[in-house]
Design a protein around this ligand. Structure first.
Ligand code: NAD
Length: 446
């Protein structure tokens, strides 16, 4: 294990108390004299109000902040690995997400934790909020209700909706898998994939890896009760309680494999685990049962299902985890900031599957251009150019799919996206130089 000894909880507690909030709202129009408020507020502001009223609600994207405004919405029912800790306790996470949205994607995101644990009430609240926003990011909502909420909102909203615990993970997992397969020289439609865990993360990975060309019949999915198959004793119950998982039981595992993780890994080319913190969920000896050149994604946080060095000792050719202290970090932050940058820039009505795949190919392609190898299958988060390419890919696909409210040429897209992605970094420099953001201890301890 790496020599990480930092007490992140203590440092974070102290700094959260000192800064009391990680983002703030700032003006973006000149206010040089008080009379300027006659433009930005009354009486002048009635002009844009009337325009929007006369010509239709979509004009709010042109006249207001809406075009770049996203909500990070959570009911706090499955926050990080902490479980159902409620909306207030989830707020620091949603605020952190809003910070990442701004810093990496130039997206104005606000955290919205809501007291709506009933899924239909949650859906109603988001629908009611729609006129304020250009896109919705759902976060840390328990499974299986998160599947229902995403599907329903996707159906009824006229702005894109994204559930990062599902799609964000799936996006970066798919990008990493595409490159890992290039390295080992296997093709997606041929490989046998074992999925360990059938929750928010893996259910979505299965969906999109299938859409990208993998054969569901060659997939074996394991949850805490063992391998999914049509004759598992709980399938009747699943049909009612979790139809998404039920569908998997019916469509995967053509060979009818039964048992648990070792049986699923036998002869598999790839294992993608998003189950529960390890180590020891996947044992070394089970990796030895896999096909040649095994690919191991052990994504559980904070400790992967198997330590990377154990997987390697057992013969894994490529190992990815959710952690930044090992190579190949499968990190949602490579996905959502650019996806939102893309959809907001062209004011998309929907997030389609093809837009998702375009983002995955862009992430994979960017890493490939830089030179992929066993320890570099996805780019790292510190590369703004990657976010620009990914955002352009999403925006172009949205225009192609006919879900964009705006049409831009590639060069126009690139110019706008580049400016927006670098803008917060410029602000940060100015704020630091002018002591508007101060470096307070124990910031420097980390
Ligand atoms: P979830 O609670 O929705 O699903 C967990 C699934 O794992 C369930 O299907 C459960 O039955 C199964 N499971 C639990 N213990 C198991 C075991 N011993 N064997 C087989 N299956 C088991 O959770 P989620 O949101 O899907 O997240 C799962 C894990 O993945 C968490 O540890 C989370 O931190 C991690 N994750 C990592 C990333 C990343 O970017 N690296 C992203 C999302 C989630």
């Amino acid at each position: 294990m790496s020599g990480e000894r930092v007490n992140w909880y203590r440092i974070s507690n102290e700094l959260h108390l000192k800064y009391q909030g990680k983002i703030e709202i700032m003006p973006k129009v000149p206010v040089l004299k008080l009379k300027d408020f006659a433009i930005w507020y009354t009486p002048g502001v009635a002009g844009p109000c009337k325009e929007i009223y006369d010509k239709g609600g979509d004009l709010s994207f042109k006249y207001t902040l809406r075009w770049n405004y996203a909500a990070v919405v959570s009911d706090g029912t499955r926050v990080l690995g902490l479980g159902n800790i409620g909306p207030e306790a989830g707020l620091p996470v949603m605020e952190g997400k809003a910070l990442l949205f701004k810093y990496l994607g130039g997206v104005d995101a606000i955290p919205l934790v809501i007291n709506a644990r009933d899924p239909d009430k949650f859906i109603e609240v988001v629908k009611i909020l729609e006129p304020s926003f250009g896109a919705i990011n759902l976060e840390d909502i328990g499974s299986p209700k998160c599947f229902y909420i995403l599907e329903k909102l996707n159906e009824i909203l006229n702005i894109p909706v994204w559930h990062d615990d599902q799609q964000g993970t799936a996006l970066v997992t798919l990008a990493g898998l595409l490159n890992a397969l290039k390295i080992v020289g296997k093709s997606l439609d041929q490989v046998k994939i074992a999925f360990i865990g059938a929750g928010a993360a893996n259910m979505s990975s299965i969906k999109y890896i299938t859409l990208a060309g993998a054969d569901p019949r060659k997939m074996v999915v394991v949850d805490s009760k063992g391998i999914l198959h049509p004759n598992r004793p709980d399938v009747g119950e699943l049909k009612v309680r979790n139809p998404w998982k039920y569908r998997l039981a019916m469509t995967t595992n053509a060979e009818g494999v039964t048992g648990g993780i070792p049986e699923a890994l036998k002869g598999a080319d790839v294992v993608i685990a998003a189950s529960r913190p390890g180590p020891g969920i996947i044992k070394k000896e089970w990796i030895r049962l896999m096909n040649d050149n095994p690919i191991v994604f052990a994504e559980a946080n904070p400790v992967p299902e198997i330590w990377p060095w154990e997987a390697k000792e057992a013969g894994a050719r490529i190992v990815a985890t959710g952690r930044s202290d090992f190579p190949n970090q499968i990190n949602n932050s490579l996905g959502f900031p650019a996806v939102f940058r893309g959809v907001l820039t062209i004011r998309a009505r929907k997030m389609t599957d093809s837009m998702f795949l375009a983002a995955a190919y862009a992430i994979a392609g960017y890493a490939e251009k830089k030179g992929i190898h066993e320890e570099y299958i996805v780019p790292t988060m510190d590369d703004p150019e990657m976010f620009i390419e990914e955002a352009i890919a999403v925006a172009e696909k949205a225009m192609e799919e006919g879900v964009a409210r705006r049409k831009l040429s590639r060069s126009e897209l690139e110019a706008e996206i580049r400016e927006l992605i670098y803008r917060p970094k410029k602000y940060m420099d100015i704020a630091l130089k002018n002591n508007l953001i101060r470096i307070l201890p124990p910031y420097s301890e980390k």
